[in-house]
Design a protein around this ligand. Structure first.
Ligand SMILES: Nc1ncnc2c1ncn2[C@@H]1O[C@H](COP(=O)(O)OP(=O)(O)OP(=O)(O)O)[C@@H](O)[C@H]1O
Ligand SMILES: [Mg+2]
Length: 292
């Protein structure tokens, strides 16, 4: 089990890595203990000893991590280290992959999200997801946003549904650009607009947590800046976990950062500390561009 006290022990026993700083330099064998405070007292989502297998591939190897309410947590690490796999555990999107097995405990507030009685559709309304490639439905802009509220029965009449659609598009920063063409196809928007439409679709069902898997990787710098600004605003109402390959983005949008490597969670901490004073050599190698 990870804990702050074990972290302290690790730090003290680790060989000196630089003259002025003690670094943890051990590898990532099965005994690896996450450096930093992975567990919190007031978690919104809580993951304990999570393992994921795809057939014989052991993709996530015993990760424990908490995400605090209203925080933006960045998940970083080299390609193939398991970021998307781990993120998909948080709203059971891995259930859709036949060969995927998830073990361990994952809670949303105090509820075990892998409980066999849990309604997965309701879970995915509480824990929404925005993907790397914008994926609007082949429907109008209005219907893209209204889709979730309709299936979850969140509006009792057309006026209420209109309000939800307008509010969601306003929160996602898209309303002014689309209010005069709500009946046109969502797929007719630019890439950055489509991603904001997908964010509006995710927030229309009033989720508690939003998972974002590289939401800006297909966008230009201006669209990216808009989404990053939006993430800051959204975190007032939602808890956000974002996978990103951009360390600048992680530094700009998140309060805490988790560094993954070969299916393990190597280090987690305040974003500013992770980027200025990483404790594990693997984290340092990655953020300084020596690896990945
Ligand atoms: N659907 C799948 N079927 C089989 N193996 C998979 C599947 N998805 C991921 N994996 C494997 O699980 C491991 C973790 O992959 P994952 O996609 O989670 O990494 P990632 O950190 O998100 O990488 P990237 O930064 O490239 O998106 C890899 O070894 C990958 O090959
Ligand atoms: Mg990925």
């Amino acid at each position: 089990m990870n804990s702050a006290s074990q972290t302290a022990t690790l730090d003290q026993t680790a060989p000196a890595y630089q003259e002025d700083r003690v670094k943890v330099t051990e590898g990532v064998d099965d005994s690896h203990v996450t450096v930093g405070e992975a567990m919190l007292d007031n978690a919104k989502m809580s993951m304990r000893d999570v393992h994921v297998h795809y057939g014989d591939t052991h993709a996530i190897k015993g990760i424990s991590l908490d995400i605090a309410p209203n925080e933006v947590m960045a998940m970083i690490g080299p390609s193939g280290c398991g970021k998307s796999t781990f993120l998909r555990c948080l709203n059971r999107m891995n259930d859709t992959i036949d060969i995927c097995r998830v073990n361990g405990k994952i809670q949303l507030d105090d509820q075990d999200i892998y409980d066999s009685n849990l309604d997965v559709v309701a879970l995915r309304a509480r824990v929404g997801m925005v993907f790397q490639k914008p994926n609007p439905f082949p429907k109008s802009i209005y219907d893209n946003v209204a889709y979730g509220p309709r299936i979850h029965g969140l509006a009792s009449n057309k006026a209420e549904l209109d309000d939800i659609v307008e509010n969601s598009l306003t929160k996602s920063g898209l309303w002014d650009e689309v209010k005069d063409r709500l009946d046109t196809p969502g797929t007719g928007l630019s890439g950055g607009q489509q991603q904001r439409l997908c964010i509006a679709r995710a927030i229309a069902v009033s989720p508690e947590v939003i998972l974002m898997d590289e939401p800006c990787s297909a966008l230009d710098p201006i669209a990216t800046a808009k989404i990053e600004e939006l993430i800051g605003e959204l975190s007032e109402n939602f808890t956000i976990a974002i996978v990103t390959h951009s360390m600048q983005q992680a530094a700009r949008v998140s309060q805490r950062t988790a560094y993954f490597h070969l299916g393990k969670l190597i280090e987690v901490g305040e974003t500013s500390a992770i980027f200025t004073n990483p404790q594990h050599k693997l984290t340092e190698d990655y953020i300084t561009g020596r690896f990945g």
